[in-house]
Design a protein around this ligand. Structure first.
Ligand code: AMP
Length: 552
């Protein structure tokens, strides 16, 4: 782009590359620890310097396997030091790190890995049976890498030519120089199933990732510093653990990675033994941790603050953490398409003078945007709505770490605001007050978010509709104290047909993964429709807002 004044700046053009974060951490915080609770049964201790060395070995190993710049390397892995080494070794060498959620239905995982054309798939030890099942469908995947050493290999594997992460690294000398390339090069891909149809890939760039790391570490965002000990509970397959593997390298702090051990007792033990000061995760995780801590009469000795997001943070959870445990809760909103951070709720200096109740109400909102993100609310014809805290509209965003399109899709998802193109429609409905505090009030996209994971209502409806007794079905999100939302199936039966609740629910077996099966069924004589015949989901959500789900 030409400069409007005709004069260009005379500054060094150092590209914003992910490898620069790791080089910085290795040079300036080299002996700062990376602690991992591993599936091998131990607590592994590493450092930023060791991470950089091993990431270089990995880059060499991947080149030896024939990987070329731009090739995708998939991961099916929990939060651990090898996953961190993959993040940097893959992206740093110009390959693209594709993290996949192992909790999805196997067919969906296979679809995602095929869509991204992953040439290599690295996976954790306990996911070997899953990968063995998937392998025949992964026609683009040439190499399967088990993230352990040969000694931990189970007796049999149906995977021919299985490689071992530790052997691949051991064969390399680490004498590798991180390459320099255009900062707009793709660094990683994350698929979201937060919309209808097949999951869609958000392709992050080195530039967007580094800028996101800068902004998210700032005091009015996650407030990360070298003095922190950070334990990301949010998985590294959920939007890059909200960018923490990058922002922690940027500030050079200690990182504690819990593996798949996310139950209250395991987490508490790790928080205490490693002196964790800061964490981040979806509300469900904190409910589990709190239940353990409260039932055992325990306290936290180092834990000071946490970011809670991915779903609305229940006010009661926020109050308990703040008032009973002295933990600052930072409520945040974001999306896969936003890398993910968009807004965080922190008080401004003027608001520090407000009565406690008013402060609390603000902190319960999703918060204010951080620099790098611009937001607006719009009516259904794309006209901007006022920031009065009352008008609710479609939440639109744009910015340096917002996607401009989805992987492999020609159609642009972007829309116009007041006739100006280039805004990403989030599918969330929100108000914004005069101080810029955004509050999510509803969702226009037809999906359910349970414990931080998406469930497609349409997929569940299609399955119910395939039942011979069902005339029409609607699946809606029903509020749930532990999971935030759970699917509730509403059905109209065919005239004269009958089927029990249990029979309908067991009809889902084998068609979706167990946690996606609806929690309950309500039989109705009809469902509400709009004039154009569309189901009125909003009306149904309101009608069943206080429906009591079994076991809730
Ligand atoms: P994902 O792409 O899986 O991170 O999901 C993003 C979506 O999760 C958003 O568009 C919202 O619908 C929802 N979400 C994320 N954070 C919050 C929050 N703090 N409150 C309410 N909904 C949230």
């Amino acid at each position: 782009m030409p400069s409007p004044a005709g004069l260009m700046g005379q500054m060094m053009a150092m590209p914003l590359l992910i490898s620069s974060l790791l080089k910085h951490a290795a040079r300036h915080s080299g002996d700062t620890e990376i602690v991992s609770k591993r599936l091998e049964g131990d607590v592994h201790r590493s450092s930023w310097a060791a991470t950089e060395f091993r990431a270089r070995q990995l880059a060499q190993a991947l080149a030896r396997l024939g990987c070329q710049p731009g090739d995708r390397v998939g991961t099916l892995a929990w939060n651990g030091h090898r996953h961190l080494e993959i993040y940097y070794g893959v992206s740093g060498s110009g390959l693209v790190c594709h993290t996949i959620n192992p909790r999805l239905f196997p067919e969906q995982i296979a679809w995602i890995a095929q869509d991204a054309r992953d040439r290599v798939l690295c996976f954790d030890l306990n996911l070997l049976p899953l990968v063995e099942k998937l392998a025949p469908a992964l026609t683009h995947t040439e190499h399967f890498v088990l993230m352990t050493d040969r000694a931990h290999m189970p007796a049999h594997s149906a995977l021919p030519g299985l490689l071992f992460f530790e052997e691949l690294l051991a064969a390399e000398d680490g004498a590798y120089v991180w390459p320099e390339f255009d900062e707009n090069t793709a660094s990683s891909i994350c698929y979201t199933s937060g919309t209808t149809g097949h999951p869609k890939g958000a392709v992050y760039s080195h530039r967007s990732t580094v800028l996101h790391a800068f902004a998210s570490a700032l005091p009015d965002a996650m407030d990360c510093s070298s003095r922190d000990v950070v334990l990301p509970v949010v998985p590294m397959f959920h939007v890059n653990a909200w960018g923490l593997p990058y922002s922690c390298a940027l500030v050079g702090c200690k990182l504690v990675l819990p593996g798949p051990f996310l139950d209250g007792a395991s987490l508490y033990q790790l928080f205490e033994s490693e002196g964790v000061t800061f964490s981040a995760g979806v509300p469900t995780v904190w409910l589990g941790l709190l239940q353990h801590v409260q039932s055992q009469g325990l306290k936290f000795s180092s834990f000071k603050r946490t970011v809670i997001g991915g779903s609305a943070c229940p006010p009661a959870l926020m109050k308990t953490l703040q008032q009973d445990f002295g933990i600052e809760v930072i409520h945040a909103w974001g999306m896969t398409e936003l890398s993910p951070l968009g807004t965080l709720s922190k008080l401004t200096s003027r608001q520090l003078g407000l009565p406690a109740e008013a402060q609390q109400r603000l902190l319960e909102k999703q918060g204010r945007v951080i620099y790098g993100i611009d937001m607006a609310i719009a009516d259904d014809v794309g006209q901007a709505l006022p920031w009065d805290g009352q008008s609710a509209g479609n939440l639109l965003v744009r910015g340096s770490w917002v996607i401009s399109g989805y992987f492999g899709q020609a159609a642009s998802p972007l829309v116009s605001l007041d006739g100006e193109p280039g805004w990403f429609p989030t599918g969330d409905v929100a108000t914004i007050d005069a101080d810029g505090f955004m509050q999510i009030t509803d969702r226009s996209k037809d999906v359910i978010k349970s414990g931080g994971e998406w469930i497609s209502s349409i997929e569940l409806e299609n399955i119910a509709m395939a039942h011979p007794a069902v005339q029409e079905a609607a699946v809606i999100a029903c509020p749930h104290p532990k999971w935030d939302e759970r699917p509730l199936l509403l059905v109209v039966l065919k005239p004269g047909a009958s089927v029990s609740r249990e029979a309908l629910l067991s009809f889902y077996a084998g068609q979706v993964v167990g946690w996606q099966v609806p929690d309950d069924v309500v039989f109705l004589s009809e469902l509400p429709h709009t004039a154009t015949g569309k189901l009125q989901k909003l009306k149904l959500r309101e009608q069943f807002r206080s429906h009591r789900l079994p076991g809730a």
